[in-house]
Design a protein around this ligand. Structure first.
Ligand SMILES: [Zn+2]
Length: 426
């Protein structure tokens, strides 16, 4: 018996995942293609929607970007099992499409090798994407190097036991403890790697480039949680590049919940799926995930003091405000619009990149149970904004490592402008 298991173990190590390099872990995407589909009218959109409703199938067509609007391209990640059916339906319904990537796994491997080549051993330099333990290490290092300015806030543990820390940044020379708070998070969706990179750049600016940015810390402390979904983030680095959800198993075969549909405000309504295998699965109940519970608790600890909640996502260049659960605008929508426009205009003037501003439901689609609605609704944070950063690379979630620096610098211009507008108004 023992030797049988030993043989089995050797077999698995030799022929299974054990012999693969880190890049080869992405072999789950062998045979996958990226297909861009552009419905011309609402009928064609609803035909395409049929594939979106198949997300309980394994593997299923995965909508990397989607919109209900006609004439706007949707980007689909298509497993080999679904390709013929999809193309047949698209052709017979005369829905325009093009294959934009025929050999996805090769592109992902090339992107990962490029990332490895650019890695510097000296730490966070915005020249490559970093793993969760490196990000955590950077926060710890800053809190030791600048103990008066940067303090770690332990916010909780992920399902797989990773310690989640936020960093509270303050101008200690002021000697005040009554400051208002700007709260930023990133990485609630695992695959959106440019978002944690941007959060780190904000931290870097406020702590390591303090002299140029001290005005931003005059009346406000900044609290930044760079990775809300560390288990998913790590999984997207080692196994499935396009992983979005958390990693807690469900009662069915499928793993993970869309953490940004898991908040207890209009939970489970429009835009959130009750299929455990769907990309937008809302979870078995609100706050079923330890990561969303942790974010809720830390946000609650600043209740009354926090004036701005900014959630970083990618991609599409949007600045979105509530509501995400319905198309009606909140009574203070003009304030939200003004703050968001300050960010969009600053970016446009600096780099020419255009951000679309509006309410989540009206600009994109309804997505009930998201963190921004929860911050704005139950927690009464007066400014709550979701920033969809720039996209590039395979599937849009993989800006080449050489693009990290320009992208995070650009985002910082917008974030700074929004923070300045908030400081003036609140
Ligand atoms: Zn997202």
């Amino acid at each position: 018996m023992y030797s049988y298991f030993r043989f089995l173990a050797i077999f698995i190590i030799t022929f299974g995942h054990g012999v693969r390099t880190e890049e080869d872990n992405y072999s789950v995407y062998e045979g996958y293609k990226l297909i861009e589909v552009t419905p011309q009218n609402t009928l064609q959109s609803s035909i395409l929607g049929y594939f979106q409703k198949q997300q309980h199938k394994i593997p299923s067509v995965n909508f990397l970007s989607s919109t209900k609007l006609p004439n706007v391209p949707n980007l689909l990640l298509v497993p080999p099992e679904s390709e013929i059916e999809l193309q047949t339906v698209l052709r017979s319904s005369k829905i325009p499409f093009k294959i934009v990537n025929n050999d996805l796994v090769t592109s992902i491997r090339a992107e990962r090798s490029e990332n490895s080549r650019r890695r510097s051993p000296t730490g966070i330099d915005f020249e490559s994407y970093r793993r969760f333990d490196e990000i955590s290490g950077y926060l710890e290092d800053l809190s030791k190097k600048y103990p008066q300015q940067a303090k770690l806030i332990p916010v909780g543990k992920s399902f797989e036991g990773r310690q989640m820390n936020a960093l509270r940044i303050t101008d200690s020379s002021e000697g005040r403890s009554d400051k208002k708070v700007i709260f930023i998070d990133a990485g609630i969706h695992a695959r959106e790697w440019i978002a944690p990179a941007t959060a780190l750049f904000v931290i870097h600016q406020l702590v390591e480039n303090f002299d140029s940015n001290r005005d931003l810390l005059k009346d406000y402390d900044w609290v930044i949680l760079p990775v809300v979904n560390p288990d998913g983030y790590e999984y997207s680095h080692t196994k499935e590049r396009f992983w979005r959800k958390t990693r807690k198993p469900n009662s069915f075969a499928c793993v993970g919940t869309d953490a940004n549909r898991n908040f207890d405000f209009h939970w489970g309504e429009t835009g959130a799926s009750n299929y455990a295998c769907a990309e937008t699965y809302r979870g078995p109940k609100a706050f079923s995930e330890p990561e969303t519970e942790a974010l809720k608790k830390v946000l609650e600890s600043f209740e009354g003091n926090c004036k701005m909640y900014l959630s970083l996502h990618s991609y599409g260049n949007y600045l979105l405000y509530p509501w995400g659960y319905e198309s009606t605008l909140p009574p203070t929508w003009q304030d939200l619009d003004e703050i968001s426009m300050a960010g969009a205009n600053a970016i446009k003037n600096a780099t020419g990149t255009e951000y679309t501003v509006g309410s989540s439901t009206n600009v994109l689609y309804a997505a009930a149970g998201a963190s921004d609605d929860y911050a704005f609704g139950p927690l009464k944070i007066p400014v709550s904004i979701t920033m969809e950063l720039s996209g590039a690379g395979s599937g849009g979630f993989d800006p080449p490592a050489s693009k990290i620096k320009p992208f995070v610098e650009e985002a910082w211009i917008g974030i700074k402008a929004m923070a300045e507008a908030v400081s003036k108004k609140y």
